[in-house]
Design a protein around this ligand. Structure first.
Ligand code: KIV
Ligand code: ZN
Length: 515
């Protein structure tokens, strides 16, 4: 059995199925580049048949990323497989991942198919996918609740039909570690041609067991784990890549395999995902939480000072936490900024983009003496968004908030080659700002979430605002950052409006996910 564990990242596909986590093609591309930098073996870039936007994003990633395999998801039907094949075609390492449900409840209630029909459809789909690439993966959806005898029959048949990877999804997060590890082990033992395929697992976190189940499966013989950065994903999410990778690395004595992941890229990847989706990472989250390496208790601090390994099983710097994160200041020049941005994964392609980035950096440095990596990430994500979507642009805003008075906001937005100004009152300065913007854009969307996080510490920190709006079942996140949180809020709302305008007519992957 191979001693390499393949890491299959599905942040861009299953992760995007998280309500509120939909991403633009540009954001997906940035994430894919970061995943490639981390040496992820396979990137599931999306579900090309879900919408033209998903198709384009997968295709752009397949054109750009050369080191990782690029995978497109497809139901076991002709149209999906053809779309996935076309989207991943530009990649020299391309994979089609096709799936059909195998649990009694899914076959009877959802597919209305007999097990025999499901098996035939699976074999047909794998053969069809093999016409486009020799790297085909098959998943029996809801395997965690499927009959193991049926799993043996269908997996043997798809391996014979050409599937090189067979993935066992615990779609609803029902499995428990001992049972799931045993399932993988027994499938590999019982299926006569099992040595011709890599066994993979894909665990959901409904019972908080996704990582434990994935690791138990590795002990049972699985050599591919499907996971996501920060554990993002449908409902309670998927197994967190950072936890799987670091468990394998920290306990080689138990797992007997390794990954090729560059773990120092884990924290930058986590920040990038959280920045793009607006899903903050909880401080006590393993590996990537702000407190993951912070020792508060005196007895712990004393121990760590005397000998680091008294209380630390990993080194913060090995997963990408840098000791000194203060990188730039007021006197830093263009080339220092460009170099640091490249280190953070931002490719500055044109002089014009660099000019805008530098102007923003200088404006921020005037307000804030120390610029941290987190500041640059916030500044750049906003910057990228603004240059891409020019439907609305914040020109100016002024907000009056005073004890005993109703707050009032005056906002000017550039739209359709002109400028519009509106005044509105609200229960607070942010409410007044959103009302004024809404008068200009008339989005008729509903605000679902408003959150503010300080990007770094100190009262001069930038506030990063996330707003989530909903319109016709579509959920969009907007972000804005500024040292003034009311201005950051205005930027976040306009950002959401721009995304809404750009995404008009695009359906959420969840609406097209299942047969
Ligand atoms: O959870 C699941 O079953 C999936 C499959 C498409 C692999 O995401
Ligand atoms: Zn899934």
């Amino acid at each position: 059995m191979s001693d390499q564990l393949l890491i299959f990242d599905t942040t861009l596909r299953d992760g995007e199925q998280s309500p509120g986590a939909s991403m633009t093609a540009d954001e997906k591309l940035r994430i894919a580049v970061q995943l490639e930098r981390m040496h992820v073996d396979i990137i599931e870039a999306g579900f090309p048949a879900a919408s033209p936007g998903d198709f384009d994003a997968v295709q752009q990633i397949a054109r750009r990323v050369t080191e990782s395999t690029i995978c497109g998801l497809a139901r076991a039907i002709e149209r999906d497989i053809e779309k996935a094949a076309a989207a991943v075609q530009p990649s020299s390492r391309r994979r089609i991942h096709t799936f059909i449900a195998t649990s009694p409840i899914h076959m009877q209630e959802k597919l209305k198919m007999t097990p025999k029909q499901v098996l035939e459809q699976a074999v047909w789909a794998v053969k069809k996918a093999c016409n486009y690439t020799d790297d085909v993966e098959f998943s029996p959806e809801d395997a965690g609740r499927s009959d193991p005898d049926f799993l043996c029959r269908i997996l043997e048949a798809v391996i014979a039909a050409g599937a090189r990877t067979v993935n066992i999804p615990d779609t609803v997060g029902y499995a428990i570690p001992s049972e799931f590890g045993q399932l993988i082990h027994s499938l590999m033992e019982r299926i006569p041609n099992s040595s011709q395929a890599v066994f993979s697992v894909h665990c959901h976190n409904d019972l908080g067991l996704a990582v434990a189940n994935s690791l138990a499966a590795v002990m049972g013989g699985a050599r591919q784990v499907e996971c996501t950065i920060n554990g993002l994903g449908e409902r309670a999410g998927n197994a967190a890549l950072e936890e799987v990778v670091m468990a394998i690395r920290t306990r080689p004595d138990r797992y007997g395999c390794n990954t090729v992941i560059d773990a120092t890229e884990i924290v930058p990847a986590s920040r990038l995902i959280s920045n793009i989706t607006g899903f903050a990472v909880q401080p006590n989250k393993a590996i990537v939480g702000a407190n993951a390496f912070a020792h508060e208790a005196g007895i712990h601090q004393d121990g760590v000072i005397k000998h680091r390994e008294t209380y630390e099983i990993m080194r913060a710097e090995d997963v990408g936490w840098t000791a000194n994160r203060m990188v730039l200041g007021k006197h830093s020049g263009r080339s220092a900024l460009k170099q640091r941005l490249q280190k953070l994964g931002f490719e500055i392609e044109s002089e014009e983009t660099m000019n805008v980035a530098f102007a923003r950096f200088k404006a921020l440095a005037d307000k804030k003496h120390e610029i941290f990596d987190e500041d640059l990430q916030a500044l750049m994500s906003e910057h990228t968004i603004e240059t891409l979507s020019d439907t609305y642009r914040l020109v100016s805003m002024s907000v009056c908030s005073q004890t005993g008075e109703i707050p009032e906001a005056t906002v000017t937005v550039a739209v359709e080659g002109g400028e519009k100004t509106e005044v509105a009152r609200g229960s607070g300065p942010v409410d007044a700002t959103f009302r004024a913007i809404e008068k200009i854009v008339n989005s008729a969307s509903t605000l679902q979430l408003y959150s503010v996080n300080n990007i770094t510490s100190g009262t001069d920190s930038q506030g990063e605002v996330t707003v989530r709006v909903e319109k016709d079942g579509r959920i969009i996140n907007g972000h804005g950052a500024d040292t003034d949180i009311v201005i950051a809020s205005g930027r976040a709302y306009i950002n959401a409006m721009n995304k809404l305008a750009a995404n008009e007519g695009r359906s959420h992957p969840q609406q097209t996910h299942f047969l």
